[in-house]
Write a protein of this length. Structure first.
Length: 686
């Protein structure tokens, strides 16, 4: 903390949101109020720059609709009607009801959380201790990244890869499944630097995003066909001998089997599957095979389909084939989060389970779980209480009609820790006001760079808002959990996130960030963190699970063009000015987005008599969603883009795009298949 002006203080912090950039923040505080928020210019990955969303963070922090006192439901479930209650009254009653359920079967209690904050303290510390000690059901936190993350683990050994800053030195950059301008702004600066130095940028994405507009080429493949494209690239690398035979021989496993599979995927076959011109595939393969160094920035959009894990594995194999890892500006990056030596056992204390093995419920199947589906419940009892924090499942989980119906159950005891009255908060029995990032301690890793960031509270919590860790600490006390770990304060939890000596605490406290010591080219000499130490084209670990050990193309559950009733594939990428369902209620950002939209290509619109700006009904067997159509060059023929994730209650019919998505899971990682979704679109009269 440093003085900024005679009457102002500058406080160092970190952006908490689900974004690979994890920016370092500087908050100017005057008279106890945050009056300015900026990116820290001394933090190299941030460089003083914030995205449009977080640059409006003070507007969100000071929002007139912030929750500032505990509330108890006073109307029917889902009505959003509440009355004020004291913290003591709320927490005493919550503890009493959870204690009663735990005496019967603690697995009837389910925590539900995700990345509303990426902080290790407010996201995954005291809460985990509490639920472990209780013996509650475990939550499989799959809703974003598990297919791609596990694919990287089976291929490269973890969520590891090249360093972000060295993309600036690449001569070819493939931006695969990422709208970097909207969702990875600080990477985009490196991509621009590479282009200024003569690099070629290629965007691979079904949607013509803002990023695609700025790239040298755009390959608008059909959703769920990325694995086919990657295999066709391998085919061309083999046929034209654009291979690094020495790197393959020394540092890979399973080459002959992968070679045989790739040779089954000539560009003509992949072009038909992907719905792109065959010459685009040939040109991309030649560029990738002959340009050094070549770098791939992979993001999570491409893995939200049935074959998402296999597709991510196939793409992760490419750098080893051409020896791209030899260069610090070559390789692939999906996530850097596996580099951080987080001591999760110290933070989360799984030892508090004391030998119990509660069932695990997949968060992507919460609709079925709350409906009593035996498979979703993993053989355990019905969910009778749910505690939601850092998430808004009624808006963000797939097949949301089922999710909303589950949360509307009168016999479901629901506690929600929140900053605003979201769709999920409307269904709470108790709604507890959560502090914001400028008000609490936290510590952050990143999945885009390799710095640890410390977040100091800049201002006092507004009203009666309290941190997540405080709430679970207080609940533990009322439940009679007397283990010393339940007395740890938030600042102490920050220090427990890493083992002593694992990070430079002096730098963290002085600068607000500390860099991990990292090699510039981590796999130049192989030494992957896999069991074999090699890039595993063939994974014995997958084969042991009865899964194909080689990457392959798995068609979507709902392949484009396969249904006469629902002929259009729908993807639901985030609206540029929202982050999942966060920021939807920030007026300045919502005014930019306007209203819920579906982008549709002119050919598909004309065939349906849909004019630009018309209200339409988007539907399939799971449900329907009414919104406005934008006839747009951003949609390719056969694919519509339902921009998300709007709160349901802000939609014209009280729904959002997740009314249409399914609860089916990915091939690897048990993740959701949001972009594996067929729909029909029709114009609404009037």
């Amino acid at each position: 903390m440093t003085s900024h002006a005679p009457d102002a203080t500058l406080v160092r912090g970190a952006c908490p949101h689900d974004c690979p950039d994890t920016c370092a923040l500087l908050t100017t505080v005057q008279d106890g109020r945050a009056v300015k928020l900026q990116g820290n210019p001394d933090h190299p990955p941030t460089g003083g720059v914030l995205c449009t969303k977080v640059s409006r963070y003070i507007e969100r922090h000071d929002h007139p609709e912030r929750l500032v006192q505990p509330l108890r439901r006073s109307g029917p479930k889902g009505s959003g009607r509440f009355e004020p209650v004291s913290w003591d009254e709320a927490l005493d009653d919550i503890a009493r009801r959870l204690r009663a359920l735990a005496q019967d079967d603690p697995q009837a209690v389910l925590p539900y959380s995700y990345a509303g904050t990426m902080g290790l303290v407010q996201g995954e510390s005291m809460d985990r201790r509490f639920f472990h000690r209780l013996g509650a059901s475990l939550l499989d936190r799959t809703i974003c990244a598990t297919a791609g993350g596990e694919a990287m683990a089976y291929t490269l050994g973890g969520k590891v890869g090249m360093r972000m800053e060295f993309f600036a030195e690449a001569k070819l950059v493939l931006i695969w499944g990422s709208n970097s301008i909207a969702s990875n702004l600080h990477f985009w600066r490196h991509a621009q630097a590479a282009r200024r130095a003569g690099a070629r940028l290629v965007c691979i994405d079904p949607r013509r995003t803002e990023t695609a507009d700025k790239c040298d080429a755009h390959i608008a493949l059909l959703p769920g066909t990325d694995g086919a494209l990657a295999l066709a690239l391998m085919h061309e690398l083999i046929v034209h001998d654009w291979l690094d035979h020495d790197y393959i021989a020394q540092h890979t496993l399973g080459w002959e089997a992968l070679r045989e599979r790739a040779l089954q995927w000539p560009p003509e076959r992949a072009a038909q599957v992907c719905g792109v011109p065959v010459q685009q595939i040939r040109d991309l393969a030649q560029a990738y095979g002959t340009t050094k160094p070549a770098a791939i920035r992979l993001n999570y959009g491409m893995q939200r389909v049935r074959g998402g894990g296999n597709a991510a594995r196939a793409i992760a194999c490419l750098p080893a084939l051409v020896g791209a890892w030899r260069h610090r500006a070559g390789g692939v990056l999906l996530s850097s989060s596996g580099q951080f030596p987080v001591d999760r056992a110290a933070l989360q204390r799984p030892d508090l389970l004391a030998g119990r093995q509660p069932r695990t419920i997949n968060m992507s199947c919460i609709g079925d779980a709350l409906a009593g589906d035996a498979q979703a419940l993993a053989g355990g009892p019905p969910v009778r209480a749910i505690v939601v924090y850092n998430s808004n499942p009624v808006a963000v989980a797939p097949e949301s009609a089922k999710v909303a119906a589950g949360f509307a159950r009168e016999d479901l005891f629901c506690v929600v820790l929140e900053q605003f009255q979201t769709d999920t908060a409307d269904h709470a029995d108790y709604l507890l006001p959560a502090s914001m990032q400028l008000e609490h301690w936290d510590i952050h890793t990143s999945y885009g760079h390799t710095d640890v960031l410390l977040n100091r509270p800049a201002v006092a919590p507004r009203g009666q808002a309290r941190s997540n860790a405080w709430v679970f600490r207080e609940l533990a006390r009322r439940m009679g959990f007397d283990e010393p770990c339940f007395a740890d304060e938030d600042e102490a939890l920050c220090r427990q996130a890493f083992a002593p000596g694992a990070i430079d605490w002096a730098a963290l406290e002085h600068d607000g960030f500390a860099s991990l010591p990292m090699p510039e080219a981590p796999f130049a000499q192989g030494r992957f963190p896999t069991p074999s130490g090699k890039c595993e084209f063939f994974s014995a670990r997958l084969a042991a699970q009865g899964i194909d050990g080689l990457p392959d193309h798995l068609p979507n559950y709902e392949p484009a063009g396969s249904s006469r009733d629902y002929p259009l594939a729908m993807i639901s990428p985030p609206a540029r000015n929202f982050l999942n369902s966060s920021f939807v209620n920030v007026r300045s950002l919502r005014s930019i987005e306007g209203e819920p939209l579906i982008e549709i290509h002119a050919e598909d619109a004309a065939a349906r008599g849909i004019a630009d700006g018309a209200m339409v009904r988007v539907f399939n067997a799971r449900g329907e969603h009414r919104c406005r159509a934008e006839v747009s060059r951003r949609a390719r023929p056969g694919v519509v883009n339902g921009l998300g994730i709007w709160w349901r209650k802000l939609g014209s019919d009280g729904t959002n795009v997740n009314e249409l998505t399914s609860q089916r899971l990915t091939d690897i990682g048990r993740g959701p298949t949001f972009y594996d979704c067929l729909v029909q679109v029709e114009a609404l009269g009037g």
